[in-house]
Design a protein around this ligand. Structure first.
Ligand SMILES: CC(C)(COP(=O)(O)OP(=O)(O)OC[C@H]1O[C@@H](n2cnc3c(N)ncnc32)[C@H](O)[C@@H]1OP(=O)(O)O)[C@@H](O)C(=O)NCCC(=O)NCCS
Length: 232
């Protein structure tokens, strides 16, 4: 099923109102996730002073306001913390090319795998990932013969009709063996089986990952900038 990309304009807000409502915290018009799930926060389109005040009350003075890809800019006393140029990519409308060639099995990762997931993320830095991030969706991994987790990827934001593939990472010593490609394909198949389409975000500087996603049939929808600010 093909989907319009409108839900991708506000993927955090759409997820918090929908599939992730059980993981949301809200004050007035502002919303964010429970601690340790993600730091992403959402404000309505074209927020004014009242909406920024809601977000400030929700997060607390001195805390990070992680606006994800929102183009909304807070009042000038909200100090910029980070700004990252990235791109939003979408999976092919007609599914990913099939490739099931052998290798280590892909396993679903559960609560007992969180320590290994956090350790792999610390070594590979695929993007933000915390102790409860896996509750956002299904996370899949590959373990080596000794049982060590060497690759993983999972589902994150879920605006209507779409699921974001995230936390794609492979331990340095296990790269170039197709683990990431297999995990992204497996997740994309799950997403499609729900009648949804996969999308993802990747830093503009991450040319290796962009090349991998393009080989898997993902195309660039638009540039985005991830920004965070300090709540005054
Ligand atoms: C990007 C990343 C997930 C790729 O993982 P991977 O398991 O090596 O990916 P694959 O083996 O499926 O595909 C990698 C492709 O890139 C090439 N490649 C990338 N890095 C490589 C490396 N260090 N060694 C060998 N080949 C590499 C391979 O040639 C391969 O191409 P091929 O499919 O034509 O053979 C991994 O490099 C990584 O963890 N990077 C750090 C975290 C990150 O940036 N994640 C993406 C966030 S959006």
């Amino acid at each position: 099923m093909d989907r319009g990309t409108g839900a991708l304009d506000d993927p955090v807000g759409e997820s918090l109102r929908g599939h992730h409502a059980h993981l949301a915290r809200r004050v007035g018009s502002a919303a964010t996730y429970l601690p340790d799930v993600t730091t992403f926060a959402a404000v309505p389109a074209d927020p004014g002073a009242a909406e920024w005040a809601d977000l400030a009350r929700l997060l607390g003075s001195g805390e990070l306001a992680d606006l994800f890809s929102s183009p909304a800019t807070p009042p000038s006393d909200w100090e910029p913390v980070f700004s990252l140029s990235a791109r939003r990519m979408v999976g092919p409308a007609d599914g990913l090319p099939d490739q099931t060639a052998g290798a280590a099995p892909v396993v679903e990762l559960g609560p007992g795998d969180v320590a290994d997931m956090l350790d792999l993320v610390a070594r590979t830095e695929p993007g933000p990932f915390w102790a409860r991030t896996r509750e956002l969706g299904t996370y899949l991994g590959v373990r080596d013969e000794g049982g060590a987790l060497v690759a993983m990827a999972g589902e994150r934001l879920r605006p209507p009709g779409w699921t974001e593939i995230s936390a794609v990472c492979t331990a340095p010593a296990a790269r170039g063996r197709g683990h990431a490609a297999r995990l992204v394909r497996a997740l994309a198949a799950r997403v499609r089986s729900r009648g949804e389409r996969p999308f993802l975000h990747v830093a503009e500087s991450n040319t290796a990952a962009i090349a991998l996603y393009e080989r898997l049939g993902f195309t660039t929808l638009e540039p985005v900038t991830f920004r965070g600010f300090r709540v005054p």
